[in-house]
Design a protein around this ligand. Structure first.
Ligand code: PAF
Length: 276
């Protein structure tokens, strides 16, 4: 496994290979969810590239950027074991030689949920993902469905920029108690970690209760259940169309539906979603 830090080195290495390139962009602090993306890329592509870059432009909260876990040695050990060919670990200056002033317009997709609650977040995701895709130029790029809205935004980015690659969405990986794997989970204290599985548990119960109440009542019911758990405070609960991510007013609305949650456990923000 090669560990490279510049775009020129990555290009030089990939230009030597004519094979299918699979790419897994990450911010490091890797867990089994990330590794499942690498394994999928390994199974489907000849060359697997993983980037580790904590992108400052997507953090709307400066403290969140400072506290974001960084474990590069452990990450590289996991990536080597999973059969990664190239790890790209650039500096901020390598990705942004000058401040990135590009403004993306993702329309209604960015006006709800994470976009509404984290202003500027998806613009930063657009900046870094477009830059990484330009450098790596993969045939396929792999993203987890835990960040379901991010996945939709990235599909839209690729459509707008007419980039010739396939975006592959991969299922959420969970701990045995249901908590969605996230790099931020390591920041939970023992009480918060014990409380956090209530998020997924309640979303699953919501699926069972959907026939008993209307959409708004269900969102409220979920928020009440989660807020009743010590250590947890919901930021939003939203039932949305699985394709457009727009709020669903009634169960009779056409299309598949998902339920989304953003919940605080102390100063750690957790998100999750499931199909209804
Ligand atoms: O999902 C993430 O880890 C990040 O948002 C991504 C896609 C690597 C961009 O920084």
């Amino acid at each position: 496994m090669q560990i490279l830090t510049t775009a020129a080195e990555v290009r030089r290495e990939l230009d030597k290979r004519s094979a299918t390139v699979g790419f897994v962009p990450t911010m490091g602090a890797l867990h089994a969810g990330h590794i499942s993306l690498v394994e999928r890329a390994r199974a489907e592509c000849d060359t697997v590239v993983v980037s580790i870059f904590v992108n400052p432009t997507q953090f709307n909260d400066p403290d969140d950027l400072i506290r974001y876990p960084r474990t590069p040695e452990a990450d590289c050990a996991l990536l080597a074991e999973a059969g990664t060919d190239i790890v790209f670990m650039p500096s901020v200056e390598e990705i942004y030689p000058a401040p990135d002033t590009r403004q993306f317009a993702f329309g209604a997709l960015e006006r709800v949920m994470e976009g509404e609650h984290r202003p500027g977040h998806f613009n930063g995701v657009g900046q870094v993902v477009s830059r990484l895709l330009e450098i790596v130029a993969p045939d396929r790029a792999y993203f987890g469905e835990k960040d379901y809205q991010q996945l939709a935004i990235i599909r839209e980015l690729v459509r707008q920029l007419a980039l010739p690659l396939e975006i592959v969405g991969c299922p959420i990986r969970r701990d045995a108690d249901g908590l969605a794997l996230s790099s931020r989970n390591v920041r939970l204290n023992a009480e918060q970690r014990a409380a956090a599985p209530a998020i997924y548990r309640t979303l699953v119960q919501a699926g069972e209760k959907a026939s008993e109440m209307d959409v708004e009542q269900l969102e409220q019911w979920v928020a009440e259940q989660i807020d009743a758990v010590a250590e947890l405070k919901t930021e939003y609960i939203a039932v949305a169309d699985a394709a457009t991510l727009q709020p669903v007013a009634s169960w009779d609305a056409p299309g598949d539906k998902r339920i989304f949650a953003a919940v605080w456990a102390g100063d750690v923000r957790l998100i999750d979603n499931i199909a209804l």
